[in-house]
Design a protein around this ligand. Structure first.
Ligand SMILES: Cc1ncc(COP(=O)(O)O)c(C=O)c1O
Length: 259
């Protein structure tokens, strides 16, 4: 049996191109890591939940709160400057996740908010007897909104199984993509096991049947270099608090255009 793909800590792995992964230099970027806890230097391992902030992020936030407080899209000078900054961030987020156009990016408070928006949006596509296909590995943010929508409409949530290694049973997943399936909701990287799903293959299977896919990229977006699991078809991609970005909760909802 081949070993399943996993996200693993890369502290001992050089990043390639002959560069050395300089842990101490990276730690220096994060003031929180200078703290001592129980008399020892802080070792912070809860990054799958939320990350510490780098000095660069803290400085940029201070700059924003010092001289850039205005309502975006208001007509006065300060607001226009802030709007330019705001739209520049949209462009940078689009580039970061390889979105084709910045208009595909919607800022949200969190992955949970984005998934609720998406699930509510899909209500129009669901009727009694229709199905939403999820997997056993979903975060509850990608379960509850679908359960609520389906319960109110009389549609069904079906759950594709995983094996004992945490890998999706692809043949069973494919068999569950039926004529009644209206949407697939799937995480790209499990927040529980770090399993990396073969998302391109999964998206291709669904799209071959004309079924849109909602990809929860909360864990994948900060880690995986290939952030675009499909091209030109409807696909929604979410970032979560695991990115080293300011604030407790920020995210982006990415809606690819339909082909
Ligand atoms: C896979 C996954 N999806 C969704 C979420 C929810 O993210 P947020 O806190 O941005 O709502 C998390 C949070 O850990 C997650 O790991």
């Amino acid at each position: 049996m081949t070993a399943p793909a996993r996200l693993t800590p890369s502290i001992t792995t050089p990043p390639g191109d002959g560069q050395v992964y300089d842990v101490e230099r990276i730690r220096r970027d994060f003031p929180a890591l200078r703290m001592t806890v129980n008399g020892k230097p802080l070792v912070y391992l809860d990054n799958a939940s939320t990350t510490q902030k780098s000095q660069m992020v803290i400085d940029r936030l201070t700059q924003a709160y010092t001289g850039e407080v205005a309502r975006v899209y208001s007509p006065h000078t300060l607001a226009r400057q802030v709007t330019d900054e705001y739209e520049a961030v949209r462009t940078r987020v689009a580039a970061f996740i390889n979105a084709a156009r910045k208009e595909e990016i919607v800022f949200v408070r969190s992955a949970t908010e984005a998934l609720n928006i998406v699930a509510n949006g899909f209500r129009a596509e669901l009727k009694a007897g229709y199905e939403v296909l999820l997997t056993m590995m979903e975060h509850h943010s990608n379960i509850v909104p679908w359960l609520v929508a389906c319960e109110q409409i009389g549609a069904k949530v079906k759950v594709a199984p995983i094996d004992q290694n945490g890998d999706l049973q692809l043949d069973q997943f494919e068999a569950m993509l039926g004529g009644r399936t209206r949407v697939v909701g799937i995480t790209q990287v499990s927040n529980v096991l770090g399993t990396i799903y073969p998302i391109k293959q999964i998206v291709a299977m669904a799209h071959a049947r004309g079924i849109p896919v909602v990809v929860d990229g909360a864990q994948a977006a900060p880690h995986l270099p290939d952030r675009r699991p499909g091209h030109g078809l409807r696909l929604l991609r979410l970032l979560g608090p695991q990115a080293v970005r300011p604030g407790r909760r920020r995210g982006a909802l990415w809606a690819d255009r339909m082909a």
